[in-house]
Design a binder for this molecule. Structure first.
Ligand code: ARG
Length: 458
């Protein structure tokens, strides 16, 4: 067995199950790039500060570059008995460059090292989410551009409410995701902060220059309190919350796609590449991608809850419990990232059955509000107009007609104030076009939204 890096005071070999139970290299090796970047920056800083020689720093940096190549070409041997990514890389470095490698850890602890690696890893991941969000928004914008004037029965309580532009409906999701994007940018300001120099918990006696390390690593700044720096994982929690909201938003859209794909709605044609069939029912085309995405939300919420539970009640400062921070985040990352990529792909292929939407539009009295507003225009108090319109709806329902199919005589049986001009008012296009106020469903508003989002995407 290898000699443990921390093995100086130990006389007994670690129990096999303990080794297996405590190792993290099986998953934290995914952080190798961040670990190597952090170590290179640390070594260069040590040399600048005269803590190690420039020659040692050069050896460390080139040794680390070689290790990165070994890892990326699949030639690096990961050892579980070396516990984690940090010690695996450091022990290989010492093999490669001898004493210089053994000087790398000067003024550093795995506690600030792992905090740095994980912060960079999380930051890199959520920045990737941002790019993927941007791609989904771009697809939503593309679809919405085609469907500014396509009308869709807008629902509240999942019941027909008022006609809306399909473009408007799709852009609702674009704005949700746009806020997710901004939320990540804000979260990243707190995530991409350098804890190096905190050492184990108390700071260090070496004359380190943490600010220069932070700058080299493209971070926003440095820690202010060494104990805080090695012990909090709020950045990971906040990131998983951002991921949770992304998933919540995606799952709402998935739910709508699933409903719209049902032939009783029939608003969309599911792209073959994003659907699957049934092993028994030959006619089936199921929206499995949307269903799985809706289902995977639980994993991300679960990851957030897992880590919230892990950090609860932890005393200062670093506690090994914190090693349980990575797997939840890595799983959440995979889920969020794959979901965003799939949503962009699915959206790019999605086609709408606009005729079907127009047909369904006629069957839910979605223009009832228009009739009430029309009566208000004739001087009827709104509450009374509401009542009269209700009577018109009941009449139309009895006759099995839409409101706009009632004859003028039929209309007049509920109110003498109704005249021929009512039919223009009842047209669904009119209802949408008249909603001109900012953020409303009228075409001008939808075009203004499109312009704003297009400018943001550019
Ligand atoms: N693998 C550990 C983790 O993920 C690294 C830090 C270990 N530090 C320590 N003092 N044992 O948290």
């Amino acid at each position: 067995a290898e000699k443990k890096m921390w093995g100086g005071r130990f006389r007994q070999k670690t129990a096999a199950l303990v080794e297996e139970y405590t190792q993290s290299v099986s998953y934290d090796r995914l952080m190798y790039r961040q670990d190597i970047a952090g170590s290179k920056a640390h070594a260069r800083m040590l040399a600048r500060q005269g803590v190690i020689s420039q020659d040692d720093a050069d050896k460390i940096v080139s040794g680390l570059a070689q290790i990165q190549e070994e890892i990326e070409s699949g030639n690096f041997v990961w050892r579980r008995e070396m516990e984690d990514v940090h010690m695996n890389i450091e022990s290989r470095l010492s093999e490669l460059v001898g004493d210089a490698g053994k000087r790398l850890h000067t003024g550093r602890s795995r506690n600030d090292q792992v905090a740095l690696d994980f912060r960079l890893y999380v930051s890199d991941a959520i920045r990737e989410w941002q790019e993927q969000i941007r791609a989904v928004i771009a697809e939503l914008v593309k679809q919405a551009e085609h469907h500014v004037d396509t009308l869709l029965p807008g629902c509240t309580h999942m019941q027909p409410a008022q006609p809306v532009s399909l473009g408007h409906h799709l852009l609702a999701y674009a704005w949700m995701l746009r806020r997710d994007y901004d939320r990540i940018a804000d979260c990243d300001k707190r995530t991409r902060v350098c804890p190096l120099g905190a050492a184990a918990l108390a700071g260090t006696t070496y004359p380190l220059d943490p600010a220069s390390v932070a700058e080299e690593l493209g971070m926003f700044g440095t820690f202010r309190n060494s104990m805080d720096a090695v012990s909090d994982r709020d950045f990971a929690l906040e990131s998983m919350f951002c991921g949770s909201l992304i998933m919540a938003h995606l799952s709402r859209f998935c739910e709508e796609l699933i409903i719209w794909a049902n032939p009783n709605f029939g608003y969309i044609y599911l792209p073959d590449a994003y659907a699957t069939g049934s092993s028994i029912m030959p006619q089936k085309k199921n929206p499995d991608v949307a269903e799985i995405m809706r289902g995977k939300v639980g994993r991300v919420y679960g990851a957030l809850t897992t880590l919230l539970t892990t950090v609860k009640g932890l005393p200062m400062t670093y506690n090994r419990d914190l090693q349980e921070d990575k797997e939840p985040f890595m799983d959440a990352d995979k889920t969020v990232s794959n979901s965003l990529a799939l949503m962009a792909g699915m959206l790019s292929e999605l086609r709408f059955n606009t005729q079907r939407m127009a047909m369904v539009m006629r069957s839910g009295f979605l223009n009832a509000t228009e009739l009430a507003d029309y009566l208000v225009g004739k001087g009827v108090p709104f509450r009374e107009a509401h009542h009269i319109t209700g009577a018109a709806v009941a009449l139309a329902e009895d006759k099995g007609k839409a409101l706009e199919d009632l004859s003028l005589d039929e209309f007049r049986s509920v109110s003498e104030l109704i005249t021929d001009d009512v039919y223009t008012v009842l047209a669904y296009e009119t209802a949408v076009a008249r909603r001109k106020t900012q953020g409303g469903t009228g075409p001008d508003s939808v075009r203004a939204q499109l312009a704003e989002l297009a400018a943001w995407l550019a």
